[in-house]
Design a protein around this ligand. Sequence first.
Ligand code: ATP
Ligand code: MG
Length: 254
Amino acid sequence: MTKVIALAGKGGTGKTTISALLLKYLTARTMTPVLAVDADANANLNELLNLDVEMTLGKIRKELKGELPIGMTRDQYMEMKIHQALIEETGFDLMVMGQPDGPGCYCAANQYLAMTMDKLAENYKYIIVDNEAGMEHLSRMNLRSIDYLFIVSDPSARGIMTARRIADITEPLKLEIKQQYLLVNRAPDPVPPALQTKIDEAVAEADMDLAGIISSSDDLINQELSRASYLDLAEDTQVITQAFAIFDAIFDHS
Ligand SMILES: Nc1ncnc2c1ncn2[C@@H]1O[C@H](COP(=O)(O)OP(=O)(O)OP(=O)(O)O)[C@@H](O)[C@H]1O
Ligand SMILES: [Mg+2]
């Protein structure tokens, strides 16, 4: 069974960074194959992975509105296009959603896409969905359920409050979230006791578990500045050790 991991949290908290760390984790533990989906209209996960993107689902959707090549059914054409849009790497593929079709559009192209994506999803052990801020994007994604939702927060009282609010609004969404976690990112090391108290209160009162706390990391900043892939960070860097310990406690290795 394919497990879906999704990221939520307000802008700039580290959703894309955590997506890249998750991808590094799953491939390092050979919990593969993984499909990484960049669902941000302004795609940037590929940059942290140092991969070039040529085709996106948004572009495919546009092309589908035109004429089909002679001798091809729409299904065949879709499948071919989707495979062209997959960036295939060792242990994982990356799919970039690109620009959406505008709010409330449920045109035929979207339905074909959703069906083809469903079929594609079955090929993977894990799917990581990197979102832009805001839960409405998640509900637009045609996912039926999310196995692990990571709500990423900055290390501030207001940030933790926002994460709590996000945890509370996931219930009415038309998708089942099996487990949701708070992940506090870019925290000072050591964690100030007052921040720890805020975190403890939030997980006690809201419907979310604490995944863990990741420190502010110069290694991440330097890796990004030198345009090197986060996947190439050494396993003994602090941020990788922290992230892997968090994920080891959450994911089932059987
Ligand atoms: N633990 C960390 N230590 C240092 N810098 C970090 C850390 N986590 C994220 N950053 C930096 O913070 C910035 C924002 O991170 P990121 O792009 O992952 O956030 P996001 O939640 O995906 O943002 P958006 O809402 O725009 O998609 C990036 O420049 C990233 O390198
Ligand atoms: Mg992002």
